[in-house]
Design a protein around this ligand. Structure first.
Ligand code: AHR
Length: 315
């Protein structure tokens, strides 16, 4: 009785060994709804997702949301219709996702949130989140600034896309941290939509309105900071010297600007998480448990360490 059972077991294992490669050989189909192409960070993130999919033989259906939530929602519906195995979403804003995520859930398609979080009363609508801790980035930027200025300054803030998690969290963290430093005040704050042109335009307006009262720029990303650098130079002032600039992302161009003394500090927000996303998708599809929220580790760059990393910076 025992032997035939063991044999049966062995046969089952053998059958699996032959069957599984067949199943695995069928490429995993992933739909990725990206926010758009607003910044150098975004370009690097898209590149990481595309190149890693290619490396792993994953069939990637890529949709550029062009900065609009309705485009991303349409893309998710099309991924559902195409019966993808998993959906990866970088949500442009935090709210308004429940109905479409419910549709994905009903279709049995797991959704992995990347880069940005959402606000929902139903946490079961997505499998997990992979990205940076935006609040922590804002806190690091504010603490650095407080040390650098001795807690004194008049700040203009260049906000990211209204309603997006990074704009909300970086703003909140910075404001929270400033409560410990009453000499540091935000005198104006406006959105540049995470774009270089937006940062330049808003900074030009700030300079016209506040003139020499501005001593600090806090930009929610490097592209806007680099736009502000241009505006300050065109106004005949020295960015990094006359006006301190603190920013977030740590793209290569901003680290170079730190080396050149035009930006004073940039807090990293690492966009190269394609490998982590596909590892997670593969594990989810294999029925494994994954971490609910996984945060990337981000560093801070200023005049003390920028020169050492700029040459090897990948994005
Ligand atoms: O969500 C991440 C942010 O979005 C990055 O800081 C910014 O550059 C991008 O556009």
């Amino acid at each position: 009785m025992i032997l035939p059972f063991r044999r049966l077991q062995a046969l089952f294992v053998l059958a699996l060994t032959f069957l599984v490669p067949g199943v695995v050989a069928k490429p995993i189909k992933v739909g990725f709804a990206q926010t758009g192409a607003e910044s150098a960070w975004r370009t690097a993130n898209t590149q990481s997702m595309k190149s890693e999919a290619e490396k792993r033989g994953i069939e990637l259906k890529f949709a550029d949301g062009q900065g609009k939530q309705e485009n991303q929602i349409r893309a998710i519906r099309s991924f559902i219709a195409q019966r993808v195995d998993a959906i990866v979403l970088a949500p442009i804003v935090e709210t308004g996702w429940d109905p479409v995520l419910r549709e994905a859930k009903r279709a049995g398609i797991p959704v992995v949130l990347t880069d940005r979080t959402i606000q929902t009363a139903d946490e079961s609508l997505y499998a997990c989140f992979i990205g940076s801790d935006f609040y922590e980035e804002g806190r690091m930027a504010a603490d650095w600034l407080a040390k650098k200025t001795g807690g004194k300054g008049s700040i203009v803030e260049l906000q990211g896309t209204p309603g997006s998690a990074p704009a909300n969290e970086r703003r909140r963290a910075f404001a929270d941290a400033l409560t410990k430093h009453p000499g540091l005040k935000i005198i104006d704050s406006q959105s540049g939509d995470f774009r270089r042109s937006g940062g330049k335009e808003v900074m030009e307006a700030f300079l016209k309105k506040h003139g020499r009262a501005i001593t600090v720029v806090y930009a929610h990303n490097d592209d806007m900071a680099l736009g502000a650098v241009q505006a300050i130079q065109e106004a005949g002032r020295k960015p990094g010297t006359d006006i301190i600039i603190v920013s977030i992302d740590a793209i290569k161009e901003a680290i170079q600007a730190v080396v050149d003394g035009k930006i004073n500090c940039t807090v990293e927000c690492n966009p190269l998480f394609g490998p982590k996303v596909y590892d997670t998708v593969t594990r989810l599809l294999a029925g494994e448990k994954v971490e609910r929220k996984s945060f990337n580790k981000d560093e801070l760059f200023d005049s003390t360490n920028a020169a050492a990393v700029v040459a090897s910076r990948q994005y």
